[in-house]
Design a protein around this ligand. Structure first.
Ligand code: ATP
Length: 301
């Protein structure tokens, strides 16, 4: 009889992996429309990640055939490095992450991980290698321990606690009367934006993916919490190929490379210092953001 159950177990695992991905993506991108069904190619192989080099080669894409969003985009992230994507609202930043997670297929060019075209590998294996830290994490009405352990099926209590330490939320949990058994969600403990993001970071640490998509810390966080979360994210992205989708600039200063996207094309590329020296679009965005910060500081006095 057990023989019969094994395939069902496998199905359960596949289902949970995909469900988690879908929940994370929905939370990250406010997906309103259900994306088209992507089907594995017949004979698709499992993705094999060695270093985790990520490449977009001349990628074109549009949600509708008559409106291109990405126009021949080429990017390369060396193994373990961090690339930040910035640019005006609607430039196509989140679209890059959706394509990487293969929520949609490119219409031209290709995306590869360690040389393997995403369309040639199974979706389950692709998504198993990619971690997402969304801005807004969905929590289940269950214990905080369950919510962290969700990152990897079958995690032990010790592993869950290690991940929580890495995400710097262990002390907060340990201070609760019921500790890891504390109920969260609608009927339990309400977590702040920063605490929720730490739960997402802990889940990601458990999953231990070689490739990471980070949505930046949100404006909903106060600046001290934001700085602390940024430190934690820096730690998590070490040794992982990371793409940071930055809707503001605060997360990108330390990135190995910054790409400024404008209307689906790369307008500028470089490090923070190089881009400031160019005195172009990035420098302008930076100056505007600094001015807004100063205004906030004055208002707070
Ligand atoms: P923001 O910083 O405001 O989040 P972004 O750079 O991440 O912007 P994207 O979300 O990638 O921008 O969107 C790029 C363009 O694609 C936008 O003009 C948007 O309206 C369009 N778009 C996004 N999702 C869809 C969709 N599901 N169907 C049709 N068009 C879409």
């Amino acid at each position: 009889l057990m023989q019969l159950f094994r395939p069902l177990d496998m199905l359960g695992m596949v289902y949970r992996t995909i469900r988690q991905g879908l929940i994370d993506m929905a939370a990250m991108f406010d997906l309103v429309d259900t994306p088209p069904e992507i089907v594995d190619k017949p004979g698709a192989k499992a993705l094999r990640v060695s270093g985790g080099e990520l490449a977009f080669e001349d990628v074109t894409f549009g949600y509708d055939p008559d409106r291109q969003i990405l126009n021949g985009l080429s990017l390369r992230i060396p193994p373990g490095k961090t690339l930040a994507v910035v640019g005006p609202s609607g430039a196509g930043k989140s679209t890059i992450a959706r394509l990487l997670y293969r929520f949609y297929d490119v219409t031209g060019g290709r995306i590869t991980i360690d040389g393997q075209d995403l369309r040639d590998v199974t979706q389950t294996s692709l998504r198993a290698h990619i971690g997402i830290v969304p801005q807004d994490t969905v929590l289940f009405n269950d214990s905080i321990g369950y919510n962290i352990g969700y990152g990897r099926e079958g995690s032990s209590q010790a592993e869950i606690e290690d991940a929580a330490r890495g995400a710097q939320i262990h002390n907060f949990i340990a201070a609760q009367p019921k500790q890891y058994a504390t109920q969260v969600g609608e009927r339990g403990l309400k977590l702040s934006g920063g605490e929720k993001q730490r739960v997402a970071i802990a889940r990601t640490l458990l999953k231990n993916p070689p490739i990471l998509i980070l949505d930046e810390a949100t404006s909903a966080l106060d600046s001290r919490t934001e700085a602390e979360i940024l430190d934690t994210l820096d730690e998590v992205s070490k040794q992982r190929t990371t793409i940071v989708i930055a809707h503001r600039l605060s997360t990108v200063v330390g990135a190995d490379q910054i790409v400024v996207l404008d209307a689906g094309r790369i307008a500028e590329q470089g490090t923070h210092a190089e881009l400031l020296a160019k005195d172009g679009l990035y420098a302008e965005m930076w100056a505007r953001q600094q001015a807004e910060k100063d205004e906030e500081a004055v208002a707070a006095e």
